[in-house]
Design a protein around this ligand. Structure first.
Ligand code: NAP
Length: 247
């Protein structure tokens, strides 16, 4: 078990939904958290205030993860403020769901850039610092859709499946360097991303989940905490948290 009290984490898209739950969960264990956001500064400030009110340390840093210069600045601000980086949670993600025949080139590129190409940006800039840690952790938030596919989600499922392959390959490369690399694959979790779905689709999803409910963001957050704290011998894995929807 790793002592997390002196560790520093970046959570991309840490300002809302699953990312906000991950930020606050890690902070509760003493991790100093960089809450990255793209455009919604108020939500990021709220998460930082929540962490501080509970006695933790956090800062909010704006960066578009699909932009390599923004990401370099995110890592630089982290090191300038906290002096180290031990945990990188690649959580930022977007959807632009359309059947393939209606999908524009822009819909394709935006989703691939934010969900997949972003991890080239974050990891290439963060890796020198993670290698200095005695317990480096990279956690990529993939999705059940990367495993099963999803109607109207060719762009999103390609990105999320890509993250799983990337996780395994990088895990092999970093295994001897005390940096673990894992993917977490949530099923359908009650966040704004899922609330945007038509009611009928949501009801159908809930009916198809063996445990008969949507997941909660803090159920994903606790799995991230587990990988950080207890995951010394866990690398290259996909942790499926989906209520039994995909086994
Ligand atoms: P969400 O509520 O829509 O929050 C998305 C977060 O990502 C926000 O903090 C947003 O920041 C940030 N973000 C978006 N584009 C960004 C960019 N270009 N650069 C930096 N940050 C950016 O989403 P969520 O439901 O919590 O999903 C979080 C992750 O879990 C995503 O990777 C998603 O694919 C994955 N996931 C979700 C579900 C689900 O059921 N919800 C299921 C499986 C996987 P701003 O608000 O500032 O834009």
């Amino acid at each position: 078990m790793i002592e997390l009290a002196d560790k520093v984490a970046i959570v991309t898209g840490g300002s809302r939904g699953i990312g906000s739950a991950i930020s606050t969960e890690l902070a509760k264990s003493g991790v100093k958290v960089v809450v990255n956001y793209h455009s919604d500064v108020e939500s990021a400030k709220k998460v930082v205030a929540e962490v501080k009110a509970a006695g933790g340390e956090a800062i909010a840093v704006q960066a578009d993860v699909s932009n390599s210069e923004d990401v370099l600045s995110l890592i630089e601000q982290t090191i300038n403020h906290f002096g180290q980086l031990d945990i990188l949670v690649n959580n930022a993600g977007i959807t632009k769901d359309k059947t393939f025949r209606k999908l524009s080139q822009d819909d394709w590129h935006q989703v691939i850039n934010v969900n997949l190409n972003s991890v080239y940006n974050t990891i290439s800039s963060a890796l020198p610092h993670l290698l200095e840690s005695d317990a480096g952790r990279i956690i990529n938030i993939s999705s059940i859709i990367g495993q099963t596919g999803g109607f109207g989600q060719t762009n999103y499922s390609a990105a999320k499946a890509g993250l799983i392959g990337y996780t395994k390959s990088l895990a092999l490369e970093l295994a001897r360097k005390q940096v673990t690399v894992n993917a977490v694959c949530p099923g359908f979790i009650e966040t704004e991303m899922v609330q945007e779905m038509p009611d009928k689709v949501r009801e159908q999803i809930i009916a198809s989940v063996p445990v008969q409910r949507l997941g909660q963001a803090n159920e994903i957050a606790r799995s991230v905490l587990f990988l950080c704290r207890d995951g010394e011998y866990i690398t290259g894995q996909q942790l499926n948290i989906n209520g039994g929807l995909y086994m």
